[in-house]
Design a protein around this ligand. Structure first.
Ligand SMILES: NC(=O)c1ccc[n+]([C@@H]2O[C@H](COP(=O)([O-])OP(=O)(O)OC[C@H]3O[C@@H](n4cnc5c(N)ncnc54)[C@H](OP(=O)(O)O)[C@@H]3O)[C@@H](O)[C@H]2O)c1
Length: 336
């Protein structure tokens, strides 16, 4: 029995490339006491993985060249020497980019059993996993959204953003989404709960934003940073909340050449609050987020958008798609 594993071949310079990764095969090793083996079913990708490749994310174990790429996945326990984790359990946690992972139930793996529901297990990586919790807790807890609010969401057709418009709508707010193509914008308004959408690739969005949100923005859920963040700040309403969820437009060269925030004065002028958050620090709220998201799915009030590639060999491609805006919804890879 061999394990196919994607290892780090080179640290990315500029955008992530296929040659930054290498696929190897290693024999499966026997388990030690306390360990269990998981066969990967699905893996997710996230923009933060470029940071893992550079060892720029201090909350993750450093990666040396030749190490298996970090990543969360969902899989089935196929062998166990740990009484708390039984063969047949479906679990989600840090599996890494590989066919088989070994875990020991310690905190590092952030491993949970996946409750069996009438939804595919892939949702444990998307709408009913950290991605969905980021959408829900970012908007509700950090953004303090309330009925009647006007909400702006950037990266609106991605994994996180594809839920945020629907959550806003379900709570009586109305959302405008920003995304990078006509097809994505159509999806936002037809399926994903957004009242209106703006294609930022057509040019600066300031005018369009002022037209679509003349009353201003109560909550700005920003996944993108840079120019789009500035444009949103210019349109804030009194006591607005700016939720800094991500800044994907800055991840490649914003670290060496940080882009100044031009409209920071607007935060003061509008007595607004701007707050970043990190979902791993909000674990005491996951159950509440999951219960609400699952209820909405059952009631038909939340549809989830997944973009699934087939085969472990697609992992680098899946990650590259995020930075090129080629994914629609949560980017996953079906492994087995
Ligand atoms: N705070 C937290 O704890 C937390 C947790 C999870 C994720 N995040 C962050 O949330 C954001 C969304 O994550 P996700 O996993 O759901 O990814 P995603 O939105 O599914 O994928 C990234 C999307 O970002 C857009 N994008 C890429 N480069 C861009 C650029 N230069 N300018 C504007 N848009 C760009 C692309 O869509 P377009 O076609 O629309 O450009 C792409 O589809 C990321 O910034 C991520 O780092 C934060």
């Amino acid at each position: 029995m061999v394990n196919r594993q994607w290892v780090l071949a080179a640290r990315p310079e500029g955008p992530v490339k296929h040659s930054d990764f290498r696929l190897i095969e290693t024999p499966l090793r026997p388990l030690a006491d306390g360990e269990f083996r998981i066969r990967t079913r699905y893996l997710g990708v996230a923009a933060v993985m470029r940071g893992y490749m550079l060892n720029a994310e201090k909350f993750e174990r450093p990666l040396a060249i030749g190490d298996v790429m970090h990543g969360r996945g969902v899989g089935e326990v196929v062998e166990s020497r740990n009484p708390a984790w039984a063969v047949g359990d479906i679990v989600q946690g840090k599996l890494g980019w590989q066919d088989y992972a070994i875990a020991d139930g310690s905190d590092y793996f952030l491993m949970f059993k996946v409750r069996q529901r009438r939804v595919p297990i892939s949702t444990a990586l998307g709408v009913l996993g950290l991605t969905g919790f980021t959408s829900y807790l970012g908007l509700v807890d950090v953004g303090a959204v309330k009925a009647g609010d006007h909400v702006l969401v950037s990266g609106a057709a991605g994994g996180v953003g594809s839920n945020v418009g629907q959550i806003a709508r379900n709570l009586g707010a109305s959302a405008v989404g920003i995304a990078g193509s006509a097809e994505k914008c159509r999806l936002l308004t037809e399926n994903l709960g957004y009242r209106a959408a703006i294609d930022y690739r057509l040019g600066p969005i300031d005018m369009r934003l002022a037209e679509l949100m003349p009353e201003g923005i109560d909550v700005f859920f920003d996944n993108v940073g840079g120019e789009i963040l500035d444009a949103g700040l210019a349109q804030l309403r009194r006591h607005a909340r700016v939720v800094l969820c991500g800044a994907i437009s800055q991840y490649i060269d914003g670290i060496e050449r940080p882009r100044p925030l031009n409209n920071a004065f607007a935060i003061f002028k509008k007595m607004a609050r701007m707050e970043a958050f990190f979902i791993y620090e909000m674990s005491e709220h996951f159950e509440r987020a999951e219960a609400q998201m699952a209820e909405w799915i059952t009631e038909g009030k939340l549809i989830y958008q997944e973009d699934i590639l087939d085969g472990l060999e697609q992992m680098p491609e899946a990650l590259i798609r995020l930075f090129e805006g080629r994914n629609l919804g949560k980017q996953l890879v079906h492994v087995s």
